[in-house]
Design a protein around this ligand. Structure first.
Ligand code: ACO
Length: 366
């Protein structure tokens, strides 16, 4: 048990995720990302007035300072998640007292980070495509503004709602690797920006947030439902893992996959190519589950959040290389909430390790 938390709870056997006291399905698609962030940061959903104030504050913080934009430009050829990590590190520059870890300073830093992450990811997506970044608008919700800054036009409401639902769905998830990283850093009384910068590094890996890009590659490789069985058997025989399946905690279907499957279903009804991909994914999912049960009996490898994330994000017209950075735009609110909680506990996290090396060696080998 690494920490006690009021923020979220994952029940891997029941397939339940509780966020701030609510079942995920109670929140996803029903509250905005800003409302869910308020729930985690303040312990309750906002009143109408509180939400108005929060929306206004976050809208006012979206534009990137020159130093941050400079780093995003310099990182135009780097993977988006690396650009986000570098840009995030600059976000302490215009905080009044970056080392202040009081609740008020943490809250301000949380708003800055949540407001600016989508701007960084959108600016980087445009720069890496040889286009100029688009300045954020303050009159749109965070999710709609994200799509506006990427595509240069106001998004249709279904697409904006899909991003909002996606970010709420991934906002927090117990003591996952990136959240643990953030909490360890915060536990040393280090600051919010340092903790979140470290968390991005942990999220990047394919065993954590980096799986949706490879999920899309897998579906493209499988091509049609009837090829799925041979494909997955071949991968498993080669000792490779199937991306979008398996989870350290869930031994049943990830409840986030459930939410995102219906978002992907809605999103894909607008375009034929997306529909075909969605239908392929549904067919491939069933085959993969069957083969995993057969080849890896007793491991209970089930569909995880990343499988349907891939479909939602590609239907939104995002490049697979931006997927993990887009995930970070949602998870950042959870990381910040954990940093606030860890700072308030003021307890150093210092796990033990088991020494399995030799003992009693002597210089010179005698
Ligand atoms: N495909 C094939 N085999 C798998 C998979 C998979 N996706 N996941 C686990 N296994 C197998 C392992 O090979 C191992 O087999 P063995 O007992 O024969 O050696 C067994 O299941 C247990 O594996 P562990 O690594 O001990 O399981 P762990 O709980 O550590 O794995 C993880 C969790 C890392 C997510 C894993 O399931 C995986 O690699 N999945 C694919 C990557 C992925 O989808 N990541 C996103 C996770 S969701 C998120 O972080 C947001």
């Amino acid at each position: 048990m690494a920490a006690q938390t009021r923020l979220s709870h994952v029940d891997g056997l029941a397939g339940e995720l509780i966020v701030g006291g609510y079942q995920l399905k109670e929140l996803a698609g029903r509250v905005s990302f800003e409302e869910a962030a308020h729930l985690l940061w303040r312990g309750a959903l906002p009143s109408r007035d509180e939400l108005k104030i929060l929306n206004k504050e976050i809208a006012g913080l979206r534009a990137l300072p020159e130093e941050t934009m400079h780093v995003v430009r310099a990182a135009a050829k780097a993977p988006p998640i690396d650009a986000l990590r570098m840009a995030c590190a600059t976000m302490s520059l215009d905080l009044k007292q970056p080392d202040d870890i009081s609740p008020a300073a943490d809250m301000q830093a949380a708003k800055v980070l949540a407001a600016r992450f989508p701007t960084v990811v959108a600016a980087h997506a445009r720069l890496s495509a040889g286009k100029e970044p688009i300045a954020p608008r303050t009159d749109l919700p965070l999710a709609a503004n994200f799509l506006y800054m990427i595509h240069g036009k106001e998004p249709d409401p279904i697409a904006a709602r899909a991003v909002d639902t996606y970010w709420v769905t991934v906002i927090d998830h117990g003591m996952n690797a990136s959240t643990f990283t953030a909490r360890v850093i915060a536990s040393t009384r280090s600051d919010m920006v340092s903790a979140v910068t470290g968390a991005i590094g942990a999220l990047k890996g394919p065993l954590h947030g980096g799986a949706p890009g490879p999920v899309l590659d897998m579906l493209k490789d499988i091509k049609s439902g009837d090829r799925a069985e041979a494909w997955v058997r071949n991968e498993l025989a080669a000792g490779r893992r199937i991306m979008g399946f398996g989870h350290r905690v869930y031994k049943v279907r990830d409840p986030r996959a459930e939410v995102l499957s219906s978002v992907a279903d809605k999103m894909s009804s607008a375009a034929l190519d997306n529909r075909k991909l969605f239908e392929l994914a549904r067919a491939a999912e069933q085959t993969i589950l069957k083969v995993l049960d057969e080849v890896k009996p007793g491991r209970n490898l089930r569909t995880n959040v990343e499988f349907f994330t891939a479909l939602v994000l590609q239907a939104l017209g995002l490049e697979p290389r931006s997927f993990v950075a887009t995930f970070a735009c949602g998870r950042v609110a959870g990381w910040c909430a954990h940093v606030i909680e860890q700072h308030s506990e003021d307890h150093l996290i210092r796990p033990q390790s088991e020494y399995i090396g030799p003992r009693g060696l002597k210089i010179g080998g005698e």
